[in-house]
Ligand binder design. Structure first.
Ligand code: ADP
Length: 882
């Protein structure tokens, strides 16, 4: 075999069709590839080939294959069968043997038919082992088809200005969806592409010789389906040139990126949708990358803050936050991002309008589906109103707290329907009689003694209805130091509402009014006691206002006057006053009303029966704390009896003077008479003078005088309680006899008979009992001027008791006077007063004496029929025994 120089023959020029196709193939070929013409001259190799063979294009291009490689004799034969078309492809081995390398390659050979009978031989180097040469049966065609069919791209070559298909691989055929395209014009094969600007680009590449690279260019191809198919292509239109350098075709290399584009478009679409959503969402949304930088903050942020998208970047959003909140906002976000934790913070954000509003920012870590941390995602929400409300509420609560704590009024705050004691000031705790431990408990736990009292029910009602309850002087029983004590309280239960207007608790303020209520009750009590007393009092009590208008009359007034309260009120007491005193009454009463001075007057007042009785009335002004008169209170006492007694006293005095005057005048007369008789009869015999009767008269008068004087002495003694009894035991019958004897001595006109039915001794004051007897007998004589028979009976009325009774047949005494005659100075009737001399104290003394002997006085009398006066006494002990 002839070996030629390795210098390439520069005169050799490959036909453009060979050259262009070779270049296009080499560009897309996988593995090591060498392209030859039909003379077995090397046109070119691809990058892979040159790397593996350590050959350079300069050295081998335009060389014959046999000048570069060593191969067996039969190899050229094999190549000829392929070139002549007897075989499409085959495989073999060849050896590269040069200065730097000795390598054996497995190769496959194939023939590529080009237009106008031109062919290219393609040698694909399968390996680069240096092992022993071994044969391989793989054919070249197979290899070439492999190259083209395995190429990831759709490839074709177009020839001439009309872009006639010269070569197309299967992917290309599939892409365009047409068959039998080789040798046909592009416009003919793909009429649907007209107006999709591809033909224009092809024309331009062809005419300018500048390649065109298209990225993701959509193309609609009629693939025999209903609708033309939309595909996206990354493609190259590369011009091929003839040996003269003229553009003679276009190599088309296209990659179908439809799926990719559609997928991306889908993502883009959904992202676009998301963005629109995010931008239209009513909140601020943000995303950060894993370093915390914001690649995204939705439009709301910009609208809100007026910041531009540029300003927001690289933590620029922090500039819109209130200086006082900025650090907190920043650190909380950085912390959360570093720890990949969710976070929540509040801050004031400067709005476009220039004012700060409270915002709440929340964020959560954002992961991809495969769990890679992408950054944070979150929201920023305006909570200004809520925050302000919360602040106000907190302030309000603070205010309530301080009100409660500082209030001097007992104050407590209960929350919830269960009435938990949230707050209670010292005053309230003291009022409850508890200690601080009650705070936090429910009212039922703290004050169980309220069970059964109305307060739990009241509180529940306030909680339900929201209506404040005012307690006025309500009675509360509280357990204070283990003792149930009652007090009176004025208090309020006021519902407390939250910002939504719901009731969450009750404010209780209480005032201890126990003292006030108790004193009021006392006042009421004393008032009613006063009325009771006023009614019980013998006095007539009346009250009037400051002008003298009557406002009250006690029962006595009503009873006495026989008028109703209303009648009394209308007419007053004035109408009842005796005409003689009326004028004076009016004068004095008005004077008192005018001056406030005490009113005092005696007057006669008409009773229910129309009779006037003497009364003493006293009126006092009652003043309030300031000394101003607000009431008059008048007591009116009946003094009729006193008046009568007074009158009797007056009469008595008149009488005493009269009574004393009579015996003294009489004694004086007799003494003067006797003296004159004696003076005139110095010579006369005394015995002839009427001495005896005169002296008897004088004696009688002296006895009378003595009695009068001793009675008066006894009276004063009795009044001063100085009447002493000198008791002795003596025979009563003897005393009676003696007394009668003494009396008959001076009273000769009356016949006194004593009946000793019973004889006994008594232990008593003999003189005093004698005095009683004298009084009874002298009265019997005095008041029986007509029938002069007096009888005295001494009888045993029952065992141990003696009765002495003096009976006359005189004037007698009316029944109604039976009691009165024993009173001091009382004498029956006016007539007898003048007719019969006397003081009216004899019977009074008799009664007192007998009472002091534990005895009793009896009287039986009928007017005009005579009287029986007697006394009962116990007999002396000795007598009783006998
Ligand atoms: P006097 O000094 O007036 O007799 P007394 O106290 O002894 O006082 O009696 C009181 C009055 O009782 C008398 O004034 C008289 O009216 C009445 N009296 C007493 N004794 C009799 C009697 N035996 N018969 C009628 N009247 C009598």
């Amino acid at each position: 075999m002839e070996k030629t120089s390795l210098e390439p023959d520069s005169s050799i020029v490959f036909k453009p069709v060979l050259k262009a196709n070779a270049e296009a193939i080499l560009k897309v070929a996988q593995g090591s590839l060498l392209v030859l013409d039909r003379e077995l001259r090397i046109i070119s190799g691809n990058k892979d080939f040159y790397i593996h063979s350590h050959l350079s294009p300069k050295v081998i291009e335009k060389q014959f294959l046999r000048d570069v490689f060593t191969y067996e004799m039969g190899f050229e034969q094999l190549l000829h069968t392929i070139i002549t078309g007897k075989k499409q492809s085959d495989s073999s081995t060849i050896i590269l043997n040069n200065l730097s390398v000795k390598k054996q390659f497995d190769i496959s050979i194939g023939r590529l038919d080009l237009e106008a009978g031109e062919i290219l031989l393609l040698i694909n180097f399968k390996n680069s082992s240096t092992g022993p040469l071994t044969g391989s049966k793989r054919t070249f065609t197979k290899g070439l088809n492999d190259i083209l069919s395995h190429a990831p791209a759709a490839i074709c070559t177009l020839r001439g200005p009309k872009h006639i298909f010269e070569l197309a691989n299967e992917r290309y055929i599939n892409l365009v969806g047409k068959t039998n395209i080789l040798g046909k014009e592009v416009r003919q094969v793909l009429p649907e592409v007209e107006n999709q600007s591809f033909f224009e680009i092809l024309d331009k590449v062809y005419s300018t010789g500048n390649p065109f690279v298209g990225n993701e260019i959509p193309i609609k191809l009629d693939v025999g389906e209903e609708e033309p198919r939309l595909s996206y292509l990354d493609f190259v239109y590369h011009p091929t040139r003839s040996s003269g350098g003229e553009v003679d075709g276009i190599f088309v290399h296209a990659i179908d990126v439809t799926e990719q584009v559609l997928a991306r478009k889908k993502v883009e679409e959904s992202e676009k949708q998301l963005r629109t959503f995010i931008n239209t969402a009513p909140v601020i949304l943000w995303l950060t990358n894993k370093d915390g930088y914001s690649p995204f903050l939705n439009k709301n942020w910009m609208d809100y803050t007026g910041q531009s998208e540029q300003q927001v970047k690289n933590y620029g959003w922090l500039d819109a936050i209130h200086p006082n909140d900025k650090e907190r906002a920043e650190t909380s976000f950085i912390e959360a991002n570093r720890n990949r934790q969710s976070y929540r913070t509040t801050y004031r954000l400067l709005t476009k309008a220039g004012n700060y509003r409270w915002m709440i920012a929340r964020g959560v870590p954002n992961y991809t589906s495969d769990g890679t941390y992408k950054g944070m995602i979150g929201t920023v929400v305006d909570v200004h109103e809520d925050k302000i409300k919360e602040q106000l509420l907190r302030e309000k609560e603070h205010r309530i707290r301080s009100i409660v704590e500082e209030a001097t009024v007992a104050t407590a705050l209960y929350t919830g329907r269960e009435m938990k004691i949230e707050l209670a000031n010292d005053a309230m705790i003291q009022l409850w009689g508890k200690d601080r431990s009650v705070v936090g408990k429910t009212l039922r736990e703290a004050l169980p003694e309220l069970e059964g009292q109305p307060f739990y029910g009241l509180l529940d009602k306030v909680f339900t209805t929201g209506e404040t309850y005012w307690g006025k002087e309500d009675r509360v029983e509280l357990n204070i130091e283990n003792e149930l004590k009652s007090g009176y309280f004025s208090f309020t239960y006021k519902p407390l509402r939250n910002e939504k207007g719901q009731i969450y608790g009750i404010l209780n303020m209480a005032l201890d009014v126990s003292e006030m209520v108790e004193s009021k009750n006392l006042l009421k009590e004393s008032e009613s006691r006063f009325r009771q007393m006023a009614d019980l009092m013998p006095e007539k009590v009346a009250k009037s206002d400051v002008n003298g208008e009557p406002i009250y009359f006690n029962q006595n007034w009503i009873q006495y006057s026989g008028l109703s309260f209303e009648e009394l009120k209308i007419h007053g007491v004035m109408d009842l006053i005796h005409p003689e005193e009326k004028e004076e009454f009016v004068r004095r009463w008005n004077a008192s009303l005018a001056t406030g001075n005490r009113f005092e007057m005696e007057f006669r007042c008409r009773n229910a029966e129309g009779k006037y009785k003497w009364h003493l009335s006293r009126g006092e002004a009652m003043r309030n704390e300031d000394g101003i008169i607000n009431r008059w209170i008048a007591t009116t006492t009946e003094i009729q009896k006193i008046k009568e007694e007074e009158k009797r006293k007056e009469d008595f005095l008149k009488m005493v003077s009269h009574e004393l005057k009579t015996p003294v005048t009489s004694i004086k007369g007799y003494v003067q008479l006797l003296l004159s008789l004696l003076n005139n009869s110095k010579t006369t015999d005394i015995s002839s003078l009427p001495l005896k009767p005169s002296l008897e008269r004088i004696d009688h008068q002296i006895v009378r005088l003595t009695r009068l004087i001793s009675e008066m002495l006894d009276l004063s003694r009795l009044e001063e309680n100085k009447l002493e009894l000198r008791k002795e035991t003596f025979n009563l019958n003897k005393l009676v006899d003696q007394t009668v004897q003494d009396i008959t001595y001076t009273n000769t006109q009356h016949e006194i008979e004593v009946f000793h039915d019973f004889n006994c001794n008594i232990h008593a004051d003999k003189d005093r009992i004698g005095q009683v007897l004298i009084n009874f007998v002298t009265n019997a004589i005095k008041y029986s001027p007509e029938n002069r028979k007096v009888e005295i009976y001494i009888r045993e009325i029952e065992k141990g008791f003696v009765n002495v009774c003096v009976k006359d047949r005189g004037i007698g005494i009316e029944e109604k006077d039976h009691k009165r005659i024993f009173k001091r100075f009382y004498r029956v009737g006016t007539k007898s007063e003048e007719t019969y001399s006397g003081f009216g104290i004899g019977l009074y003394l008799a009664k007192e004496i007998i009472h002091r002997h534990e005895g009793s006085i009896t009287v039986k009398s009928k007017l005009g029929k005579g009287s029986e006066f007697g006394f009962n006494l116990s007999v002396a002990a000795k007598d009783q025994e006998s």
